[in-house]
Design a protein around this ligand. Structure first.
Ligand code: FAD
Length: 576
């Protein structure tokens, strides 16, 4: 058994994880990055539309305050307002950092940055590289981090446990899939940057790696989760695959039409139309379908049409090349002549591991889990509230990746070495559990049948619209699923690249995370942002202008409410 020692260990090699590693490395400490995939294949690479930041206020009459205000309103006032202001001021520096390592932001003929107007933003402030922004960012950042001598990348290392004792973070246990063994990573400081968990849903734009187990592992390590009931559904995913068609399509002038050829958004957001925030547009598509004005796909799914036929073909090729490729390959349509068939799909987790404004991971009582930070989609720093504005995520990953990486490095410098004895014990314990799963001879279902059932439960009860009775039933089905998971069958008896084992480990954390989503969605008897209850269709500020906090107590999941930090903008009716 191997126990390695580092100053800072980061979980995740997406934008947040690599940015954290780069920042920690710049402070001169030894850094390890653990990632369950290989190379830069994290979901960040599929980001399409762009990254929000106020880079050229004079050009557009924009300001960081306005960016913060749009973010607060977009999040239906559940945003921590000081966090939004901090974000808006920090984001432009990250644009420059990324440019300095080779991200070729699109520019206008006068040399200024090209900017897109994204949903819910009152000014164009989304920087982009074609509609492949994530690809260009991740390619540059991966190359940069690979060149840093004090960053050590452990690819295909699946973290199975976050080790915390007496409120202090001590390291991680990881399953090295290549060698088929468990390893310990003793660390003075840790950063969780494990991304979202969209794969709990059947229809999702997220990659296969985004299974969400780290939310569950964080709960078990004593951290709290916040606002998990808020899952964003992106309005324009291809039918039936769920592959994303970027909001850039609407930012470049694309329309949404129903079966009658109407631009139906005029009924739901007369001013902003297709560029209303995503929760508004997704619900509009849901309503068009429910009222019989959608198209029907051969799979039986209802959808609407995304129309870009009026946009000049040269511009489409220049600005939205990926839209053309994806529509052709995955839906068999030519967007210069045909409507693109789209419907909402699970896209982003607004909630996550509860942190303070510096990204420090907190327990439910507000105590810092010493030595542990979280950044990017896995974290809930308080920026997105009940609904994220498109293109705010890439900037969030960069801003808090950097802050967390720097802070973790400073902390590591002033902290004595982690005793590796504790990690040795933890690895032994994990070996017993994990090897026990593989060696077990009997057993019930396969992991994939459990994963499918989880996706059915979440799609049916926790989608664009929700209802108390469906949520209660779903919680019952989920608890039955938890029992079935305990009796799972792994047919592969080996340890090298045992993908069934990996799926069981994913489900082990994901089912617990799913429980937080359903529990919070049932508890929150109101509609706010992405969370829409058919039985409680109004926003209820008096009782529900509150965060939800989830934590484990004696092995059971508990939920508490917490005040929202309202410091600048009082809640208003959200109209677009
Ligand atoms: C198709 C698509 C397009 C998008 N477009 C945009 C956009 O244009 N603009 C925007 O702002 N946002 C966009 N988003 C959202 C944004 O891309 C993501 O929120 C962001 O990239 C998440 O980055 P991350 O670093 O937090 O996590 P990810 O990039 O998801 O990376 C997660 C990392 O964690 C690792 N990991 C997870 N679990 C484990 C484990 N158990 N052990 C070891 N490693 C683990 C994975 O290997 C991976 O490296 C888009 C999202 C999607 C799905």
């Amino acid at each position: 058994m191997e126990v390695l020692k580092y100053d800072v260990v980061v979980v995740g090699s997406g934008l947040a994880g690599l940015r954290a590693a780069a920042a920690a490395a710049a402070a001169g400490v030894e850094v390890a990055v653990l990632t369950k995939v290989s190379g830069p294949r994290s979901h960040s690479i599929s980001a399409e539309g762009g990254m929000a930041a106020v880079v050229d206020p004079a050009k557009t009459g924009d300001s960081p305050e306005l960016h913060a205000y749009d973010t607060v309103k977009g999040g239906d006032y559940l945003v921590d307002q000081e966090v939004a202001v901090q974000f808006a001021y920090e984001a432009p520096r990250e644009v420059k950092f990324l440019e300095s390592i080779g991200v070729p932001w699109n520019r206008d003929p006068d040399g200024s940055y090209s900017l897109r107007l994204f949903g819910g933003m009152s000014k164009p402030r989304t920087l982009f590289v074609k509609d492949k922004t994530g690809f260009y960012i991740m390619t540059a950042l991966y190359k940069y981090v690979k060149g840093l001598p004090n960053v050590h990348l452990y690819e295909e290392h699946f973290v199975t446990r976050i080790v915390v004792r007496n409120g202090v973070f001590l390291g991680f246990v990881a399953y090295d899939m290549r060698r088929g063994e468990l390893k310990g990573f003793a660390a003075k400081a840790g950063v969780l940057a494990a991304g979202g968990g969209g794969r709990m849903f059947r229809t999702t734009t997220m990659g296969y790696l985004n299974t969400g187990e780290v939310y569950g592992y964080a709960l078990r390590a004593g951290a709290a989760l916040r606002d998990m009931e808020f899952v964003q559904f992106h309005p324009t995913a291809l039918v039936p695959s769920g592959i994303l068609i970027s909001e850039a399509a609407r930012a470049e002038g694309g329309y949404l039409v129903n079966r009658l050829g109407e631009r139906f958004m005029k009924r739901y957001a007369p001013e902003k139309m297709e560029l209303a925030p995503r929760d508004v547009v997704s619900r509009a598509i849901y309503t068009e379908c429910a009222q019989g004005r959608g198209f029907t796909h051969e799979s039986g799914l209802c959808y609407v049409g995304l129309d870009v036929r009026h946009i000049d073909e040269k511009r489409l090729k220049e600005r939205l090349p990926q839209l053309l490729e994806l529509s052709k390959t995955y839906a068999g349509v030519d967007p210069t002549r045909d409507l693109i068939p789209v419907r909402p799909a699970a896209h982003y987790f607004m909630g996550g591991v509860y942190t303070d404004a510096q990204g420090r991971v907190l327990a439910a009582d507000g105590r810092w889990i010493r030595g542990l930070w979280a950044a990017g989609e896995v974290a809930s720093v308080g920026l997105h509230g009940a609904n994220r504005l498109g293109s705010n995520s890439l900037s969030e990953c960069a801003v808090w990746g950097k802050l967390a990486g720097e802070a973790a490095a400073q902390y590591a410098k002033s902290t004595p070495s982690t005793p590796s004895g504790v990690l040795t014990e933890e690895v032994k314990r994990e070996e017993e559990r994990v090897y026990g799963l593989v060696k077990r001879e009997r057993g019930g279902e396969t992991p994939s049948s459990i994963a499918r059932e989880l996706q059915n439960i979440m799609d049916e009860a926790a989608g664009v619209v929700r209802h108390g009775s469906e949520l209660s039933k779903a919680l019952g089905r989920l608890s039955a699923l938890q029992k079935r998971l305990a009796d799972i069958r792994i047919s592969d008896g080996g340890l090298v690249y045992n993908m069934e084992l990996r799926e069981v480990l994913e489900l082990d954390g994901a089912v617990l995370a799913a429980q937080t989503i359903l529990t919070g969605a049932l508890l929150r008897q109101e509609s706010r942002g992405s969370h829409y209850r058919l039985d409680y269709p109004q926003r209820e500020d008096k009782s529900w202008l509150r965060h939800t906090l989830y934590y484990l107590y004696g092995g059971s999941l508990l939920v508490a409410k917490r005040e929202v930090n309202i410091t600048r903008w009082m809640p208003e009716v959200r109209r677009y």
